[in-house]
Design a protein around this ligand. Structure first.
Ligand SMILES: NC(=O)c1ccc[n+]([C@@H]2O[C@H](COP(=O)([O-])OP(=O)(O)OC[C@H]3O[C@@H](n4cnc5c(N)ncnc54)[C@H](OP(=O)(O)O)[C@@H]3O)[C@@H](O)[C@H]2O)c1
Length: 277
């Protein structure tokens, strides 16, 4: 089986490298193209056997499975470019949330799916959200999840939950990293702690907390209760967070949803020429 990647920017590269490093795909089974060709050529140099294609059409013609790893507003032109090479039995996968299954199914004659990866897949961890079009049969779904398993936990989600699940899984690393960064900044500012030491300590804490939540049998709530003694220091900190952050996360998701709605509207216009309800 040949696997194609159109767009070898940040996420396209994460996927290609993670698949190859985990042994899920051999370099010789990968065909990749990028608008600025030298990015694909650099990948081919790093992974002998990988083909740096000269055009998106070449990827589409050569591969059974094609991951589209471009930004949302580039999808329409990429799909127009590859459509002449696509046949009914191929699978085309979008890795972006605001390009909907209806956009892909209306524009392509093949099986379509969305797989929303996460930067955490770089360390063979985290989820890959799987959203399937109707033309994907049970066997297609199982074989795609088998491919994703070495680098992620494939999780099937309904398309209506794409945004919120992506907020947790794909945006989550950035949100959590921001939180950690602020904790480090405060340690430097309040106590004069060396930044490097604070960073190492905070990173270890994040790793350990993740393990407790995944393997230690804790929920976020039970973990908080386990470490916060009534009237103690942690409780004093938690009380402040409760006051200051009470509405922050609701507003955070409202902000990402508003941007998503804007993007979906633009993509509707590109695919259908008008806004569709
Ligand atoms: N970043 C994440 O953590 C994450 C997670 C899940 C999903 N995603 C999704 O992944 C998609 C890509 O994000 P990214 O962060 O990887 O963006 P990126 O770094 O900007 O990569 C996009 C790549 O697409 C290439 N490209 C643009 N138009 C093209 C065309 N017509 N034909 C071939 N290649 C083309 C660009 O080439 P040039 O070098 O010429 O600019 C660039 O290398 C987005 O839709 C995003 O929603 C991202």
């Amino acid at each position: 089986m040949k696997v194609g990647f159109i767009g070898t920017g940040s996420m396209g590269t994460v996927l290609i490298e993670s698949f190859i490093r985990s042994g899920a795909i051999r370099p010789s089974a990968v065909v990749a193209a990028n608008r600025s060709h030298e990015k694909a050529v650099r990948l081919a140099a790093r992974y002998p056997g990988l083909t740096a294609a000269g055009s998106n059409g070449e990827v589409a013609a050569a591969c059974d499975l094609v991951f589209l790893c471009v930004r949302p507003l580039s999808f329409k032109s990429v799909i127009d470019e590859i459509k002449p090479y696509i046949t009914a039995d191929q699978i085309v996968i979008s890795i972006t949330s605001p390009v909907l299954l209806k956009h892909l199914e209306s524009a392509l004659p093949c099986k379509v799916a969305k797989v929303i990866p996460s930067i955490t897949n770089e360390v063979q961890s985290g989820a890959a959200l799987c959203i399937y079009g109707e033309r994907m049969n049970g066997e297609d779904r199982t074989s795609l999840e088998r491919l994703l398993s070495p680098i992620s936990k494939p999780i099937r989600v309904a398309e209506s939950y794409t945004r919120v699940t992506s907020d947790i899984s794909s945006c989550g690393p950035a949100f959590l990293a921001y939180f950690v960064q602020k904790l480090i900044d405060a340690a430097v500012q309040v106590a004069g702690m060396p930044r490097e030491e604070a960073t190492r300590l905070a990173s270890e804490t994040l790793l350990g907390t993740g393990k407790l939540l995944n393997e230690g049998g804790y929920t976020p709530e039970s973990l908080r209760q386990r470490v916060a003694v009534p009237g103690g220091i942690i409780e004093a900190g938690l009380e402040l967070m409760e006051r200051e952050l009470e509405t922050t996360f609701v507003r955070l998701l409202q902000a990402t949803h508003a941007k998503y709605d804007e993007d979906v509207e633009k993509i509707d216009q590109l695919f259908f020429g008008s806004i569709i309800d």
